[in-house]
Design a protein around this ligand. Sequence first.
Ligand SMILES: *Cc1c(COP(=O)(O)O)cnc(C)c1O
Length: 690
Amino acid sequence: MKRSYPALDMFRLIAAALVVAIHTSPLSGLTETGDFWLTRVLARIAVPFFLMVSGYFLAQDNWNGTNRFLQKTLFLYAVSVILYLPVNFYNGNISGLDWVRRLLLDGTLYHLWYFPAAMLGVLIARALARAGLPAALAAAGVLYLIGLGGDSWYGICTRIPAINIFYNGIFSVCTYTRNGLFYAPLFLLLGAAGLRLCRGLAAAGGVLALLAVSAEALFLRAQNVQRHDSMYLFLPVLMVCLFSLLLEANAGERKSFRLFSLLIYILHPMVILLVRGGAKAAGLQTLLIENSLVHYLAVLAGSSGLAYVLCFLRPARPGAKARAWRELDLSALRHNVHVLQSSLPAGCALMGVVKADAYGHGAVTVARALWRSGVRAFAVACLTEGIALRKAGIRGEILILGYTPPEEAALLRRWRLSQMVADAAHGQSLADTGFPLRIHLGLDTGMHRLGLPADDYAAISALYQRKNLKVVGIFSHLCVADSLAESDIAYTEAQLTRFYETVAWLRAQGFPTGRVHIQASYGVLNLPKQQSCGYARVGIALYGVRSNDAPVRRPLDLRPVLSLRARVTSVRTLAAGECAGYDRAFQAGRATRIAAVSIGYADGLPRSLPQMGGYVLLRGKKCPLIGRLCMDQALIDVTGVPEAETGDIVTLIGCDAPEMLRAEALAVQCGTITNELLSRLGGRLPVVAR
Ligand SMILES: *Cc1c(COP(=O)(O)O)cnc(C)c1O
């Protein structure tokens, strides 16, 4: 289960309030030094904290989420830039070059520097992290020290003339060193390290570090050497202690705080303008502007109020886990990609087969995760599946494994999809459309489903004569590779021989073959490495399951990706002799506690499941399915789980420790293969990735 981090989420609010303080100086009317300490020392933990949270979560996913993080940050930055354009125009006169510098480094308004810094910082941190965390931290530490010299230690460092020239150079490009290069990488990587000190050490260290930072800051201020006041020598130490305490303190979940604190961060400069404008209009300057503390509280309350309204206006969506859902373990998927790819010969790439909604796993979610794991080729069953992937932003090669009518050729071209050729007539009709198309020649080596007969050299060469068809691949499909029976092995070998004979003939003729491929999952699990292949088209194995429980020659350590879960919606007791469900198919032999569960055959479960001995997992125990499976609901016997109640999670496939319900077992139980069982899982079930 995914861990949640409420202490981190809660602290986001505190950090947001501190950022507002930086920009409103709440204590300035009371004590100059106190305000300096609050806004220029204490509040300087806010941004490092946000960076550490980002680094922590990105590193947990091995930096795989970097692109998504960049996209999201870029989006927020773009929205914020646009939101504050009127302020920029009001302030007036920014040159073109200035705009570029501000957009890339400084931010277009004083608080917006954070977004470009976070993006550049993440790119640098990820690049450094490749060298291992200690080396990365050392490098980022050096960058931070350079930044420090241009920030609060500026006046001291620049007493040396050469260093002064160095910083003059830096400041001709950017306004501050508190940016994505010198400042952000260290905090991102400290977050990535996720250090957990013991609580006493972290608390004592945190207090000492806060004292040290305070002393450092007050000293530098007294010396009047600060150019800016975001970076201190002891700040990273303070942050490590604070973050460790927060990691330690987690329990529960507070996701809504994330959006809330983000909105405060983005909106507060707007509220500052509103409060000042409003105070002037109402003649309340003394109270609302000159009294710095009231000013701060008004801005904080205004920003929180605005953030609250925006959160509230966001259309409510039903929770993905309200009824029944497909839960994906993406780390298992990544693991499977790695294991499968390592089992292939060098030069042979994994083609992820994501047809039928990725065997019921959710094609877009799976394809994106595969892409992040380095997979660059995908296979689908039909045109609409291919287009759906492109629309979701999937790049790389997408091969359609089924027939596409020539009337649709324009769409193949439009969406850059590769099409298999089902037979000679199909190839000719595609060629006749005149569209330049990328094709994979399907060869029939014995399955007799699709493909040109492997020995029909005349038809094959005829397709090579057609100028608009570009052969980028040639393949065949094995029909009994899952069997280890002697005659089946012989059949597979005959298929392989036919296939490679044709490939050899093509090469002899000088016809380009493109990528050669013949193995699907069982080709990988049962055949030796196919040295001359450019792809292995792997479907079911990618999802960490086999079609059935039959043994294979090269078993791989694959992990199931999907769990299927639903909820208990009602619990009741039947007296002996009472019936339940359609056809009165269940009759209680004794007093029986039963529960209704929110999943049925319209979600893809076989209707025969209860009668085939099917069961589910509830609170780590097996509960038999009873009666007839309904379209949208099921009944289970929970006599053995007296604590069962409405809202409990029911597992139909997957783990509910200590029990495990394997998809293969379920499929065998219902007389089918895992492929069918999984691919039938319906679109009504949301996909929840973890
Ligand atoms: C479905 C399919 C695959 C993938 O098969 P798995 O056994 O799930 O790996 C490969 N090639 C073709 C032609 C297919 O139709």
